[in-house]
Design a protein around this ligand. Structure first.
Ligand code: SAH
Length: 198
């Protein structure tokens, strides 16, 4: 069964649906968050560069869906990776939904603190400090498994790995500066991305 080759349109449909669900989850939260004023911005030129990279990682799979631009990097789609990828995408989207719901208007696309910013330690934030990044990691791994193309499949994983490597430390320093002992205690009892591991 896992040796059967499947048509690429299945993967294209999955990527389109996943993207629509992701946008539908983020749009209302993004709108609500942006209505709360930013009290302190920690947006550096590096942060701007990381955001551009994230956008590139996000759009490359969509370019693959609608154009033959990356046809040189195509390989056959098989059911094993497709099912594994669908599982990662589904769990990733669920966690993305939960983390947006728990973070509420404290969400920002970059490093900034909003007016009356609260430290969230409940819901999916109870055991991990960066559930939204865990969600996006799962989502990008899901894309890499589902998309039978070396360029489009890995664009998001690579972009997100760079973002994670260069942002998490700065974000934690910002939060520690703002919330002091409360954040130190929260960090001591939680892991960053994977419960009980890291
Ligand atoms: N790193 C978190 C949040 C991503 S959104 C996650 O992966 O779930 C980035 C913004 O969220 C940061 O600019 C910061 O202002 C805010 N933030 C991060 N952790 C937070 C927390 N525990 N409580 C409240 N705001 C938080």
């Amino acid at each position: 069964m896992s040796d059967a080759t499947l048509p690429a349109w299945i993967a294209k449909a999955v990527i389109l649906v996943g993207t629509v669900v992701m946008i539908a989850i983020r749009a209302p939260h993004g709108r609500r968050s942006r209505s709360v004023k930013v009290a302190r911005s920690h947006k550096t030129p590096l942060e701007t560069l990381l955001l551009v990279l994230a956008w590139v990682g996000f759009f490359v799979p969509l370019i693959w869906v609608v154009s033959p631009a990356f046809s040189f990097a195509e390989y056959p789609l098989r059911s094993g990776p497709l099912v594994a990828g669908l599982t990662c995408l589904a769990i990733g989207l669920w966690l993305f939904f939960r983390s947006h719901a728990d973070l509420g208007t404290n969400w920002s696309v970059t490093l900034e603190l909003r007016k009356e910013h609260r430290l969230i330690t409940q819901g999916v934030y109870r055991t991990i400090r960066h559930p939204m990044y865990s969600a996006l990691t799962l989502y990008s791994v899901g894309q890499a498994l589902v998309i039978p193309n070396w360029v489009a499949g890995f664009s998001n994983v690579i972009a997100f790995a760079v973002l994670l490597a260069l942002r998490v430390g700065a974000e934690e320093r910002m939060m520690a500066e703002q919330f002091g002992d409360e954040y130190a205690a929260y960090s001591a009892r939680t892991k960053r991305l994977v419960p009980g591991v890291w």
